[in-house]
Design a protein around this ligand. Structure first.
Ligand code: 2BA
Length: 109
């Protein structure tokens, strides 16, 4: 048994959950926040059989897309600059960040 922990963008979460549930995967969805952008994202937890891994990863790949975001960065003040002018930087957020763990035991009580 394996635990898939997938962090995905809010925009993709609905389709991803529909895709996984449509194939009878059991899962939990958690609203989370990325540490870098401080924006909401979604973490999906699903315990699966080992043989289902490629299928589950395929569903994630088909439904989760990378996107470009622009965030304003405020430069550090130096003695030469009186006003720190924010400037945008481009950040590419991946379709999904996926961790796969071995599950020793699953109990439903
Ligand atoms: P965030 O932490 O908000 O990161 C959003 C995007 O910002 C990242 O996309 C990456 O392109 C960029 N980024 C993150 N940290 C950076 C840094 N120190 N310097 C420069 N750019 C940085 P992704 O890599 O696709 O990650 C998307 C989201 O997945 C992350 O949102 C975070 O919630 C999660 N994540 C990614 N890697 C992780 C890890 N090793 N452990 C735990 N969560 C992770």
């Amino acid at each position: 048994m394996l635990l898939i922990l997938a962090i995905v963008q809010n925009e993709d979460a609905g389709n991803l959950l529909d895709g996984l549930i449509g194939r009878d995967y059991r899962l939990t969805r958690i609203q989370t926040v990325g540490g870098f952008l401080q924006e909401g994202n979604v973490t999906v937890l699903a315990v699966i059989e080992d043989r289902q891994l490629e299928d589950a990863l395929g569903i994630i790949q088909a439904n989760c897309h990378s996107r470009q975001y622009y965030v304003n960065v405020v430069p550090a003040l130096s003695e030469a600059s009186i006003i720190a002018t924010p400037y945008p930087i481009e950040v590419e957020v991946g379709g999904a960040t996926v961790f796969v763990f071995d599950v020793v035991r699953l109990e439903r009580i």
